[in-house]
Ligand binder design. Structure first.
Ligand SMILES: NC(=O)c1ccc[n+]([C@@H]2O[C@H](COP(=O)([O-])OP(=O)(O)OC[C@H]3O[C@@H](n4cnc5c(N)ncnc54)[C@H](OP(=O)(O)O)[C@@H]3O)[C@@H](O)[C@H]2O)c1
Length: 286
């Protein structure tokens, strides 16, 4: 899948020490060795893999091949509390040693982005945390420092100059990027995720399309047609790329069919009518 993604033009790879029950960085390493100068990689600090790690790994090994067949399996798996990552207290030592471990597992000498992973927003005001991140960057271990977490964390980080990459869910009901851009007085990049999942956006949109004939006629008038679920996915995917047009949109996918569909959308020229359409559908309403 990594090679297929690269062949389709995907050049940003997002990992963390906690992803894949602790194995994502090592899984990425051989691919990275072959493509390091042509791809960008972000890893993070602050979350550890779930506590029942060995069991989770066995479940991943069993579940991954069949997950493509069993729609929703991964979503339900993530909802089980024992599979969730565990927050580690952020200390200067953790910040400076975790990246060394990540670089060793990834087999590279630098990250493009090193991000605090789902930090407590209060940690973003701590001088020793900021100083440790500055040292990591000054040593050349990471080209940019980021924050990957809540909107509240991103908002706090916007006031701290060391942070220049902001990774967060681009919830269509909240539309966080314009407000964040407004807060920033320096060049910065946005990395958005949870295109289909956040706050049930996909389910809400499907319900709106199924229950509200006016919503359907708004879309039909703009040339959209198809099954509600398919239309909802295409709309949300196009909205994600449109709303973060000069940034990075993360999408997780194992299905080659999803990869091809998403790349086709990513390659389209900008078209702000999708943002306007979703505004008209008022996804911020319950
Ligand atoms: N705190 C953080 O920093 C944070 C939090 C959440 C996520 N992330 C990052 O964001 C990445 C994306 O995760 P996400 O939670 O945002 O998930 P997502 O990309 O919104 O959704 C992934 C799911 O959507 C399906 N899918 C993808 N394209 C589709 C299409 N065209 N049609 C229908 N279904 C499609 C995939 O199915 P298949 O697998 O079957 O193809 C997969 O089940 C993660 O891997 C992670 O790197 C970061």
């Amino acid at each position: 899948m990594l090679d297929a993604a690269f062949d389709h033009g995907v050049t940003w790879f997002d990992v963390a020490p906690s992803y894949g029950a602790g194995r994502a960085e090592a899984i990425l390493a051989p691919f990275l060795a072959a493509h390091r100068n042509r791809v960008l990689v972000c890893s993070k600090v602050g979350l550890a893999p779930p506590r029942h790690n060995r069991l989770i790994r066995h479940i991943y090994d069993f579940g991954r091949p069949v997950a493509g067949l069993l729609q929703g399996l991964r979503r339900r798996f993530r909802a089980v509390s024992g599979t969730r990552n565990v927050r580690i207290p952020l200390t200067p030592e953790l910040i400076e040693t975790s990246i060394v471990g990540s670089l060793a597992r990834l087999g590279t000498d630098h990250l493009d982005v090193y991000a605090l992973h789902d930090p407590d927003p209060a940690d973003l005001g701590r001088d020793e945390v900021i100083a440790a991140l500055e040292r990591v960057r000054a040593r050349g271990l990471a080209r940019h420092i980021g924050v990957a977490g809540s909107l509240e964390a991103a908002t706090r980080a916007a006031a701290v100059p060391v942070f220049t990459v902001f990774q967060l869910a681009d919830d269509p009901a909240i539309r966080p990027l314009p407000a964040l851009r407004h807060l920033l007085d320096r060049p910065a990049g946005f990395v958005t995720h949870s295109v289909l999942g956040v706050a049930g956006a996909r389910d809400r949109l499907v319900r709106r399309l199924t229950d509200d004939p006016r919503a359907w006629s708004t879309l039909a008038a703009a040339g959209w047609s198809g099954a509600p679920d398919d239309v909802a996915v295409r709309l949300l995917m196009r909205r994600a790329f449109e709303s973060n047009a000069d940034g990075v949109v993360l999408v997780s996918m194992f299905s080659p069919h999803h990869l091809a569909a998403n790349v086709e959308i990513a390659d389209r020229p900008p078209d702000s009518t999708v943002l306007r359409l979703l505004d008209e559908l008022r996804l911020d309403r319950p």
